[in-house]
Design a protein around this ligand. Structure first.
Ligand SMILES: O=c1[nH]cnc2c1ncn2[C@@H]1O[C@H](COP(=O)(O)OP(=O)(O)O)[C@@H](O)[C@H]1O
Ligand SMILES: [Ca+2]
Length: 411
């Protein structure tokens, strides 16, 4: 085909000229990285373009191509080949995005998060194996360990790296880093750079991790709470988490519209759920239900009460759904804004019929997670962001830096 011929010519040029004078390499110091986020609710590809002008400077991020598919890999627990097929379709985008002469030098990696952590080892490994085959059949660089389940503490650290890189806090002298809050479907992460000795002394040992990036070492507070993502929390509130054996049982909650009866698929399991037909509904009883899920389950570092945090993923989505922020712009909220909205939605459920039946439960959970879970105050500021400089706020950028560094592609 024409494409093959062009590829051949490009490779021939590449062999003929040294890289820095090759006419096709207009920018010899341009490089790419492909990172897949296999999340519990969807699979996403991030194709990053970088330029590094000198070993002393940080690599500059030129752009990102982003695409996603739903559902996530864990929904293919019993059809691993079909799951890998969704990855292949996304990877085909990278074939078009990366210049052919750089294919061999462009690493491709997939990291799975809480969805796969919750599957049985056997099913998770079968999925990862199929994905690995897709990678090996591609023209890209497939590093060792290219397909894996990511450790929860890395998820938080790498998202923190992304946000602080994008906001310019990792370069220069005056580093005022910001903490990050990620609320996924199955797990949630909190990460910040402690400023007080107290935090270092009072945190459980496995909440503190030293991480090296761009020639600096950061000692971060981070933790990933498995089962505390928004969708897992719905099941926990309904009392249905880890209850797959109970066939056809109906789970009811005061956080749902009274007359509702429906079915829901999550992590390959079908659940039946509904409202409290006879009993109470509304914010008050709902808050008590949700409280049982979070109260006393999370570590509360004192220091965060006085700081502001960047919040994304489902914090962002639910704030958009209820017009607390604009979808494109994001915005700054206080914790109390989520509570106000939760009351408004839960106490008027019939009016919010068109949106998700879980809107009341989700907002109430977010409120309880922030206040009773992490211990934030009503006036803690949350900077809601989806993108910074047009780049997605996701752990994938931090993971790509880490990858390029380990491969010696960047410094
Ligand atoms: O690249 C991204 N940019 C912004 N938000 C993202 C990105 N990738 C995933 N999200 C958000 O993450 C949430 C879904 O969580 P996910 O499926 O990653 O679950 P998990 O982290 O528990 O595995 C959604 O709110 C989705 O909008
Ligand atoms: Ca995620």
């Amino acid at each position: 085909t024409l494409k093959e011929q062009i590829t051949y010519i490009v490779m021939w040029f590449q062999d003929l000229f040294p890289p820095n004078v090759c006419p096709i390499n207009a920018k010899a110091n341009t490089f790419y990285g492909i990172m897949f986020d296999a999340g519990s609710t969807g699979t996403r590809i991030h194709i990053y373009t970088f330029v590094q002008k000198s070993p002393e400077s940080l690599p500059e991020l030129e752009g990102e191509i982003f695409e996603s598919v739903k559902p996530g890999l864990s929904a293919y627990a019993d059809q691993p080949e079909k799951g890998a097929e969704t990855v292949k379709r996304l990877l085909d985008m990278a074939i078009d995005a990366v210049p052919p002469h750089l294919w061999k030098k462009t690493p491709v990696v997939l990291k799975a998060t809480a969805g796969l952590r919750l599957l049985s080892e056997e099913k998770a490994q079968a999925l990862l194996l199929e994905v690995k085959e897709v990678f090996e059949e591609s023209p890209f660089l497939v590093p060792e360990d290219s397909v894996s389940i990511m450790d929860g503490s890395y998820e938080g650290i790498l998202a923190w790296i992304t946000v602080n890189f994008l906001t310019g806090q990792l370069s220069g002298q005056n580093q005022h880093t910001v903490g990050t809050l990620d609320l996924g479907g199955a797990s949630t992460q909190i990460t910040f750079l402690p400023r007080f000795e107290e935090t270092l002394k009072e945190s459980p040992g496995d909440f503190l991790t030293s991480f090296e990036m761009f020639n600096s070492t950061y000692k971060l507070y981070t933790h990933s709470y498995l089962g505390f993502g928004l969708k897992a929390a719905r099941l926990a509130t309904l009392g249905a988490l880890n209850m797959e054996a109970v066939d056809g049982q109906m789970f009811r909650s005061s956080c749902l519209p009274k007359q509702l009866e429906a079915e829901w698929h999550f992590g390959g399991v079908k659940y039946r759920y509904g409202g409290n037909k006879e009993g109470e509904t509304g914010f008050k009883p709902c808050y008590l239900e949700v409280l049982k899920v979070v109260k006393g389950k999370l570590h509360q570092p004192d220091e965060i009460r006085a700081s502001s945090f960047y919040a994304f993923s489902y914090y962002y989505d639910r704030a958009v759904d209820t017009n607390l922020i604009d979808y494109e712009q994001g915005g700054v909220l206080e914790v109390r804004d989520f509570e106000r909205k939760a009351k408004e939605v839960c106490d008027n459920m019939e009016r919010y019929n068109s949106a998700s039946p879980f809107l009341c439960m989700d907002l109430t959970y977010i409120t309880a997670l922030l206040k009773e879970g992490f211990g934030f105050t009503d006036n803690t500021l949350l900077q809601l962001t989806k993108k910074v400089n047009n780049i997605e706020t996701s752990w994938t950028l931090g993971a790509t830096f880490h990858l390029l560094q380990s491969l010696g592609i960047t410094y």
